[in-house]
Design a protein around this ligand. Sequence first.
Ligand SMILES: Cc1ncc(COP(=O)(O)O)c(C=O)c1O
Length: 369
Amino acid sequence: MTVPFFRSPWQVPANATGLGAAFAEILESGQYILGQRVRGFEQALSARLETPVVALNSGTDALVLALRLLNLEPGDEVVLPSYTFFACFEAVVRTGAVPVLCDSQAHDFVCGEPEVLACITPRTRAVMAVPLFGDASAIPAIAQSCRAMGVPLIEDAAQALGAQVHVEGQGLLQAGTLGDVGTLSFYPTKTLGAPGDAGALTSRHAHFVDRAMSLRNHGLHAGCHSEVGYNSRMDEFQAAALAQGLSQLDTWLSQRKSIARRYLAGMGRLPGIALPHHHDGHAWNYFVLRCAQRDRLRAMLAQEGVQTRIYYSDPIHRQPAYLKCFPEVPLPHAEAHAQQALALPIFPGMTDGEVGRVIEAVVLAAGRP
Ligand SMILES: Cc1ncc(COP(=O)(O)O)c(C=O)c1O
C-alpha cells in the first residue's frame, strides 16, 4: 500500500458534489472576480472568526498587505521566525523593512515569547508570529507582550485556521484573530484548502479592513485610486469552493485531530524520534516529528510506501536570498530542527488503514539497527 503525503478533499467526489454546478453558474454569470460568492465567503468566515475578513488571492499577498497597513518606513525592523515558510520573509523585504529573524525553541519548531523578545530593539515596528504547523499555543504570550510594548502584531495563521487557544479573561480564541492583523492561506494543503490559490486577511480594526479592501484592488476607493495597491483579489471559483469547504471544516479538523492522536499513541517513546507536542486546540495542519537520522528514516518510510515531506530543509537565515542581502546570524535551534524535521501524511479522508500503515512503517524503521 502506498500512502500519499496529501490527498485533497476535492479529489473525493462526495466533497466536490455541488461544486460543478456552482462553477457552471459562475461561468454563466460572467462575474468571475470579487462577486457575491467572495462576499458570501467573507461573511461566513468572519462569522466563524468573529472578526472581519478580507478575501484575497493568496496568503503571501495577505502578508504583504498586512505589513503595508502598518506604514513601515525603510530601516524599520520586523521580528519574525527563521523557521517558517519563505513567504513571511519575502513580504517583509517587499515592504522595504528590515527582517530580524528569531530562533525556534530548543525542543519545538515554534518561536516562543522569549525568542521574540530577544530580537526586539528600539527600531522594532512589528512582530510577525507564526502558529507553525497548526500550533497556536505560543501566540497568546507573544500577543500580550506586543500589546505591552505597543508593537503591532501580525499573526500569520496560514497553517492554523481552526486552531484555538485559551486566553486569560477572553476565553477560547481562534488562531488568526490574536494580532492586530491576521493572515490566512487557502493553499490546497492547508486546513481549509482551495482547489487553487487563495488567502485572506483579518482584523478587528475597521480602518485596516477598509484599507485592505482598497489595497487588494489597486488602491481603488470610492471610484478613484487613493494609493498604489496590488491585484490581490479572490476569484469566484475559489470562493465557491471555500464556502463549501468551510461548512466541512469542523469535520476535517476533527479527522486531523484523531489521526494526530493515533500517531502520538502509536509512536510514543520510539528511540531517536521526538514527536510534536500535543496541545488542545492544535489544528494539526502538519504532523512533523524530529529525528537525528531523518534522511535514513525518510528513505525507510519511502521503501514502505509512505510519502513524507521536509518542512523546512533550511531556515530562512540559511537561504541564499537572505544571505545576499543580510548578515549571517547564528540560530542554532532553527538549524538543528531543519536537519531533523520530517512531516508525515495527515489529511482529512485518510483511511484507518493508511494511518495504521504509517504507524507500522515508523515503528519498523525506528526498530531497525
Ligand atoms: C506560514 C506560511 N505563511 C505564508 C504562506 C503563504 O501562503 P500562500 O501559499 O497562500 O501564498 C504559507 C503557505 O504555504 C505558509 O505556510
